[in-house]
Design a protein around this ligand. Structure first.
Ligand SMILES: Nc1ncnc2c1ncn2[C@@H]1O[C@H](COP(=O)(O)OP(=O)(O)OP(=O)(O)O)[C@@H](O)[C@H]1O
Ligand SMILES: [Mg+2]
Length: 429
């Protein structure tokens, strides 16, 4: 076996060891204080073996002797047999695949109910049309990450490389580029500058069919009234997105966010190679979430799902509360006549805090409306004092931030807030 294959094998066996010990790279990072990027390089075989200190820390958390862990990286097959680590006779195909995918912080073992229509749309863009950039956006907890994992797993065989990163901690683009290039070129490229690394990545995207997935990109987007679109120091991400969208290659960048970045929205209207999908709640598949929680009173499920508009996280939270506090009785919960959000409240609050003052004023006005409203009705609203173009601009911003619903009725467009957001504002605002 070649030396490089040996390190892929060691990485794969290390990954299996983590599975056996029921710990993922993220938690291992938290418990050892070791950077998760370092750990994911170990699992993908880019780093051949950990240094002495790190090895000792990892061995301690995994309850192994340092020598046992060391053996995994030096004599992987023998060590795997000694530690009784699952299936290690990997086929050449599996060996190559595990060395070409880096799932980063993507959740493992997810369940994705429903989403048939959304999967069909995304498949069309990803596989048939070969879109260069796909933006999947929607409210916090609506199921973006779940759907994206499901999509990427389903079509992983269509790609030479898969690279998933969450931008939740706002990593610098340089780190992300180094890691992506580490996966596709198997070389450390730390000496090159960001611009050079962007062109190296684009070269890789031309040479190979890669699926890059950047989750939670709202962390690098600017908040509030600012005219800049990215947080200070992160504008260079915008440059990368623009180049991936506009230059010719055979790969795809899937962007997941609760906001659609405005610069990409502008490019989208001019190019068929950028697509975006705003994710809404679950429809009939929402039943399965309530079934999982073994709620009774099936005749009331529809009512509960309608109140929360099929928002999967809200339904999971509410169903747990109904089970634990109301002895699984939906009717007793509904009798409280309250709108309960549990921890989802904090997620919506986070999204609300990103708004500019003008957006907040409009959002609060919309929250008080009992009916759908038109632009002319908003213009006549005494609390707003905004002209038509200002209102249109703000509605556009709220739509991109996944807070607004638009409805076509009687040849006219009507506006309202996403029901969960509306209820949040009326209860807690
Ligand atoms: N289709 C689905 N089937 C089953 N469970 C789902 C589905 N979609 C979402 N969920 C569940 O709802 C919760 C929220 O989903 P997810 O994390 O994918 O949302 P998100 O939109 O990525 O949220 P955030 O904006 O906070 O990143 C998770 O617990 C997930 O398991
Ligand atoms: Mg998510």
């Amino acid at each position: 076996m070649k030396k490089s294959q040996n390190s892929y094998l060691a990485g794969t066996i290390f990954k299996q060891l983590l599975l056996k010990k029921n710990i993922n790279a993220y938690r291992l990072g938290q418990q050892t204080g070791i950077d998760k990027t370092y750990l994911s390089k170990l699992t993908s075989g880019i780093i051949k073996k950990p240094g002495h200190d790190k090895l000792a820390k990892i061995a301690q958390v995994l309850e192994l002797k340092p020598s046992q862990l060391h053996a995994i990286f030096t004599k992987p097959e023998i060590a795997a047999a000694e530690l009784n680590i699952g299936e290690i006779k990997l086929t050449q195909q599996q060996l190559i695949q595990s060395s070409r995918q880096d799932w980063g912080e993507a959740p493992d073992g997810i369940v994705c109910y429903g989403r048939v229509a959304e999967m069909a749309i995304l498949q069309q863009w990803l596989i048939q049309e070969r879109s260069r950039v796909i933006i999947l956006y929607g409210l916090n907890g609506i199921g973006k990450t779940t759907l994206a994992v499901h999509l990427a797993k389903q079509f992983q065989h269509e790609f030479d490389y898969i690279f998933w990163r969450s931008l939740w901690y706002a990593p610098s683009l340089e780190i992300i580029l180094t890691e992506a290039l580490g996966l596709t070129t198997r070389k450390q490229t730390s000496e090159a500058g960001v611009a050079q690394k962007i062109s190296q990545l684009l070269f890789q995207l031309r040479q190979n069919r890669c699926l890059l997935i950047f989750d939670q990109i709202e962390s690098i987007l600017a908040t509030g009234n600012t005219t800049q679109q990215y947080q200070t120091g992160y504008q260079v991400y915008g440059e990368l997105f623009r180049q991936i969208a506009q230059l010719e290659h055979q790969s795809c960048l899937l962007i997941i966010s609760n906001e659609k970045p405005q610069d990409l929205a502008i490019l989208e209207s001019a190019s068929a190679s950028i697509r975006s999908l705003q994710l809404q709640g679950l429809t009939t598949a929402a039943d399965r979430l309530l079934e999982d929680k073994q709620l009774s009173e099936k005749e009331l499920w529809h009512e509960l799902i309608t109140i929360y508009r099929g928002h999967p996280l809200a339904l999971k939270i509410v169903a747990t509360t109904i089970k634990e506090l109301f002895n699984s009785s939906i009717s007793e919960f509904l009798r409280q006549n309250t709108f309960f959000l549990g921890d989802l409240k904090f997620l919506i609050e986070r999204q609300y805090r990103r708004l500019s003052d003008a957006e907040r004023t409009l959002v609060c006005t919309l929250a008080k409306e009992n009916q759908l409203v038109s632009i002319s009705q908003l213009q006549a609203e005494p609390n707003l004092l905004m002209n038509c173009s200002e209102i249109i601009w703000l509605l556009d911003c709220l739509k991109r931030r996944s807070l607004l619903e638009t409805i076509q009725e009687n040849n006219q467009t009507w506006y309202t807030l996403q029901p969960i957001v509306k209820k949040y504002l009326n209860f807690y605002g």
